[in-house]
Design a protein around this ligand. Structure first.
Ligand SMILES: Nc1ncnc2c1ncn2[C@@H]1O[C@H](COP(=O)(O)OP(=O)(O)O)[C@@H](O)[C@H]1O
Ligand SMILES: [Mg+2]
Length: 242
């Protein structure tokens, strides 16, 4: 399997969302939200976009959150990304971060934000970073985050752009197969559809299935695999069913 990010619909929608945040007018707030189930490609998409932004001369910052995070550990991670040691009292770290963000026009991506959504202080700190810079801040999390963030009115009111990661459709699955399989291996539409249904549209599971098909094709020296050729081999670990 090739290692690359495929520009499926969720990726394109995320790029649009971020460019809307960047080009918004002064009256529109600039916090973005990306949410969707685990394995749907959120982190991959944000990392891909991060690299594109960096290549274009932007200086985004990406941090992921952990279950054990506190305002202090969160700020220390952002400081580290900005090349600095944390400063105390924490107000100094906040000032350093907002000054640097303003000077260098840095957008902030906060992945795994589910871990901090229940922590008022950390969420307020993120809001402080946004309010002092008005630069794009993008929160990334699982399905629950959209609902839970709606209870944090101050933050919720600043969200102007959001993307919900949807399950892959047939076109997406076919794009993964075309762009990631080695040596022109082709997969029949019936098998692609089977993969879409049985994966629930989850990218992680789609890629695992495609890798199995690729290995099968290489071992058997085939360049076209459809459902009949694949037979009743197991593609998914799924409660003992195939
Ligand atoms: N657009 C994509 N192109 C290629 N691989 C992808 C893409 N989206 C997701 N993946 C793969 O699927 C797996 C799960 O994606 P990930 O970004 O970790 O999901 P999430 O952050 O939503 O839980 C990753 O290992 C990644 O390799
Ligand atoms: Mg992730």
């Amino acid at each position: 399997m090739k290692h690359k990010t495929v520009e499926v619909k969720n990726v394109l929608r995320t790029q649009d969302m971020f460019s809307n945040l960047q080009s918004r007018s002064e009256i529109t707030p600039g916090i973005g939200l990306i949410h969707g189930a685990s394995g749907f490609g959120k982190t991959t998409t944000v990392t891909y976009m991060f690299n594109q932004l960096t290549a274009m001369g932007n200086l985004p910052v990406y941090v992921r959150c952990y279950a054990t995070d506190t305002p202090s550990s969160f700020l220390a991670r952002v400081m580290k990304e900005l090349g600095s040691e944390p400063m105390y009292p924490l107000r100094k770290s906040v000032d350093f971060i907002t000054n640097t963000m303003n000077e260098q026009q840095i957008a902030l991506f906060v992945d795994e934000a589910d871990h901090i959504i229940g922590q008022a202080k950390t969420m307020e700190t993120i809001r402080d970073l946004y309010d002092a810079t008005e630069l794009p801040v993008v929160l990334i999390g699982m399905e629950e985050i959209a609902r839970r963030i709606s209870h944090r009115k101050q933050l919720f009111n600043r969200i102007s752009e959001w993307v919900e990661f949807m399950p892959a459709d047939n076109e997406d699955v076919s794009m993964f197969a075309c762009e990631l399989l080695e040596q022109g291996i082709k997969v029949g539409e019936d098998l692609l559809d089977f993969i879409r249904v049985r994966s629930g549209g989850e990218v992680r599971r789609i890629l695992i299935a495609l890798e199995k098909i690729e290995r099968f094709a290489l071992t058997n020296e085939k360049d076209y695999i459809d459902k009949e050729l694949w037979g009743d081999g197991q593609l998914f670990l799924n409660h003992g069913r195939r």
